[in-house]
Design a protein around this ligand. Structure first.
Ligand code: FAD
Length: 481
C-alpha cells in the first residue's frame, strides 16, 4: 500500500506517531507540508513564525532525504488551500490512506473534516492520531467520567494514569527505507520567504529539530534548578522550548519522559517543569471540552463585565502594546515581546493582569495581540493564560487578587537587570528607583539623565485607583455568580 503523511504542527522526522503508523502500514510513504494561505494571508508580511516555519520545513526536507538515503525522498511542499491540495495530491500519488496528527483548534478541526469528506469521496481514508500532547481529549477524566476543570486533581489523575506506553518512542528510522521518492514534478525546492510573499525578518532563535535539540541539551543541564530560577526574567531559568513544542520539532513524549524520570528520582526542578507540561495538556483538553472559551469566558458570569471601550480605551491599549505605560516592568516585558516574539511566563502574567485589571480592557484584546506576536502562540495555552489572568477561566486567579506591577517588579527583577536590558533609557537609574520612577527623587532622575514625560512616560494609570475600579467592575460577577 501507499500512504501520505500530512505534517502540520509535528515538524520532525523522529518519534512521530503518524509517520510511524504510516510506515508500519504502507510499503511506500510520501510526506507533505502545505503552506496554507488561509493562515498566511492574515499575517503581517514580516512574521517570525513564518520565518521559523520556513527554516524548519527546509531542515525537515533535508532530514527526510538523508534518513531515506535518497535525494528524491524529500518532503513535498505545497503552497495551496489544503482542503483542495491534499485530496488532489492523494489522487496524484495513488495513495490508499492519508495520515496526520490531531489538531484540536477550531480552524484545524473544520479543515480536517472537509479534507476527510473529500478524501472519502475518492475512497481514501484519513487516519489521525494523537501527537501534540501526552494525554488528549477525554483520556483523563474524573471518576464520574467528566472532564476536569481544576488543575490539581487533573494533574494527579494525569500522573496516576501515566505508564511507559504514553511516553514510548514512535521510531521512524528503522522503517525509513519506506520513504518513497517524489514524482519529478513535485521536486520543487522549499519556497523561500519571498516566494511565500513575506519579507525577511531576524529570527532570534534556531529553527528545526537541530535548534530544538540545542535548547534541550542546554536546558537538561539546568533543569534541576528550574523551580528556583523560573520566576526571574533576567535569569536563564526556563527552557525556551515553547516555540518548538508549538511546531512539534521535538516530541512532547520525549520531554515529558525526561522530566518524569528525574521527577521520580525526587528532583524538584523536574517536578516543577513536568507540571508545566501538564498545564499544557490541561489547557488543550479544556479547549476540546469547552470550545466556547475561544469566544467567551469559561465561566459565563464573567461575560457580564463591562470593559472600557472607545477612543480612550484604544489609546490605553496602544500604550500597552507599544510598552508606553510608564510601569517599567510592564514596558520592558512588552519590549521583549515586540523585539523577540518571546515573553517570560512571569511577565505574561504581569502584563495580562495589568491590561485587564489596571486598564480595564477586555482580556480578548490582549489575547489577540499575543496571538499576533508570540512565536509560541498556541490557542489553548494562550486562551488559558488570559482567562486565568482575567479570572474568567477554569481554575483562575480570583478576581480580587490583583497583581501590583511595582511589587512584582521589586520581587522578580529586584536589581532591575531585565528592565535595564529592554529600557536602556532608564539604565542609569538606581535599582530602588527603577520599579516606580515617578516616585524617584529629582536628584536620582537628574543623575540618570531621565526626564519623565520626555525620556520615559509618566504612568498612564494609578494602580491604587485602578484597583478600586476593577473591584467595582467585577462586582457584577459576584452579583450574578
Ligand atoms: P518553560 O517554563 O520551559 O515550560 C516548558 C513548557 O511547558 C513550555 O514550553 C510550554 O509548552 C509549557 N508551559 C509552560 N507554562 C505553561 C502554561 N502556563 N500553560 C500552558 N503551557 C505551559 N504558552 C504557549 O506555549 N503559547 C501561548 O500562546 C501562551 N500564551 C500565554 C499567555 C498568558 C497570558 C500566559 C500567562 C501564559 C501563556 N503561555 C503560553 C504559557 C507560558 O507562559 C509559556 O508556555 C512559557 O512562558 C514558554 O516559555 P518556555 O518554553 O521557556 O517555558
Amino acid at each position: 500500500a501507499r500512504g501520505l503523511v500530512w505534517l502540520r504542527r509535528d515538524l520532525r522526522a523522529h518519534d512521530h506517531a503518524a509517520l510511524r503508523l504510516a510506515l508500519s502500514q504502507c510499503a511506500q510513504v510520501h510526506c507533505v507540508f502545505v503552506f496554507d494561505p488561509h493562515i498566511l494571508d492574515a499575517l503581517p508580511r514580516r512574521d517570525r513564525r513564518v520565518a521559523f516555519l520556513q527554516a524548519t520545513v527546509a531542515e525537515l526536507d533535508a532530514t527526510l532525504r538523508s534518513l531515506a538515503g535518497q535525494a528524491e525522498a524529500g518532503l513535498i511542499v505545497l503552497h495551496a488551500v489544503p482542503e483542495d491540495a491534499i485530496p488532489a495530491l492523494a489522487q496524484r500519488l495513488g495513495v490508499q490512506a492519508v495520515y496526520a496528527s490531531h489538531d484540536d483548534e477550531p480552524y484545524a478541526l473544520a479543515r480536517d473534516a472537509q479534507v476527510r469528506t473529500h478524501l472519502a469521496a475518492q475512497g481514501v481514508a484519513l487516519h489521525t492520531v494523537k501527537d501534540h500532547v501526552v494525554f488528549e481529549r477525554s483520556e483523563v477524566l474524573t471518576q464520574a467520567g467528566r472532564p476536569f476543570s481544576v488543575f490539581t486533581p487533573y494533574k494527579n489523575a494525569w500522573l496516576r494514569q501515566l505508564t511507559p506506553t504514553q511516553l514510548a518512542e514512535q521510531p521512524v528510522a528503522p522503517l525509513a527505507h519506506r520513504l518513497a521518492p517524489r514524482p519529478a514534478d513535485l521536486h520543487a525546492p522549499v519556497p523561500t520567504l519571498s516566494a511565500l510573499g513575506f519579507e525577511p525578518v531576524e529570527l532570534p532563535l534556531a529553527a528545526g529539530t537541530s535548534g530544538a535539540r540545542a535548547l534541550l541539551d542546554d536546558f537538561l543541564a539546568r533543569m534541576d534548578h528550574y523551580h528556583e530560577r523560573r520566576d526571574f526574567p533576567s535569569v536563564k531559568g526556563p527552557s525556551y522550548l515553547s516555540v518548538h513544542l508549538r511546531f512539534g520539532t521535538l516530541s512532547v513524549r520525549e520531554l515529558a519522559g525526561a522530566a518524569h524520570a528525574r521527577a521520580q528520582a525526587g528532583q524538584a526542578g523536574a517536578v516543577a517543569w513536568l507540571n508545566e507540561l501538564i498545564w499544557r495538556d490541561f489547557y488543550a483538553q479544556i479547549l476540546h471540552h469547552w470550545p466556547h472559551v475561544v469566544e467567551r469566558s469559561f465561566k459565563p458570569a464573567y461575560d457580564a463585565i463591562a470593559w472600557e471601550q472607545g477612543p480612550e480605551a484604544e489609546a490605553l491599549f496602544a500604550a500597552w502594546c507599544e510598552g508606553r505605560t510608564g510601569y517599567p516592568l510592564v514596558d520592558a516585558a512588552m519590549a521583549q515581546l515586540n523585539q523577540t516574539g518571546y515573553m517570560h511566563n512571569r511577565l505574561r502574567m504581569v502584563v495580562a493582569s495589568f491590561l485587564v485589571k489596571d486598564l480595564g480592557i477586555d482580556w480578548r484584546w490582549g489575547e489577540r495581540y499575543f496571538a499576533e506576536t508570540l512565536n509560541d502562540f498556541d490557542l489553548a495555552s494562550n486562551n488559558g493564560g488570559w482567562q486565568w489572568a482575567s479570572s474568567s477561566g477554569c481554575d483562575a486567579q480570583p478576581y480580587f487578587r490583583i497583581f501590583n506591577p511595582v511589587s512584582q517588579s521589586e520581587k522578580f527583577d529586584a536589581d532591575g537587570k531585565f528592565i535595564r536590558r529592554y529600557l536602556p533609557q532608564l539604565a542609569r537609574l538606581p535599582a530602588k528607583a527603577l520599579h516606580a520612577p515617578w516616585d524617584a527623587r529629582p536628584l536620582e532622575l537628574a543623575d540618570a539623565g531621565v526626564v519623565l514625560g520626555r525620556d520615559y512616560p509618566l504612568p498612564i494609570v494609578r494602580h491604587d485607583a485602578a484597583r478600586e475600579k476593577t473591584l467595582a467592575r467585577y462586582a457584577v460577577v459576584k452579583a450574578t455568580a
